[in-house]
Ligand binder design. Sequence first.
Ligand SMILES: [Zn+2]
Length: 169
Amino acid sequence: MVTTGAHLTRKMVWNLLSEIPDPDIPVISITELGIVRDVEVLQDDKIVVTLTPSYSGCPAMQLFKEDIKAVLRQYGAKEVEVKIIHSPAWTTDWLSKEAKEKMRKHGIAPPEDWCGTAVKLFGDAKRKITCPHCGKQDTKLTSQFGSTPCKALWFCNGCNQPFEYFKCY
Ligand SMILES: [Zn+2]
């Protein structure tokens, strides 16, 4: 039981985690990315955070773990355990609407709404991606891999600008 304001509550932990940026897309937090699955506050200020990794090779889980531990300890957690669960697997469906909107404002095209099972299995290279700069769909894939493996490089013929697309997964 958390009885005094000096102790971390589940909600406080959740709020603190929502301040930690995704190393891959710093404009969104790890809670907006949807990888934080659960937060438990146990006796003696022990915190257990459960994460599901996103793309393999995308955000570094080890880095995440250390960030989370450091932040929670700074706010009074005595012990922090970070558990990793792989099932159910993370999907871009877990990205919040707010996260997608933030990506678009940052010039990264978020996964499109048609992102579904077939696309996940067979890829989305032949689909049209909406340009985050001008909103046109006159776009073409230029490279399957952008600055990180989870993003592809696209080019918009409408506004003549390249952009990154966060692949459907
Ligand atoms: Zn454009």
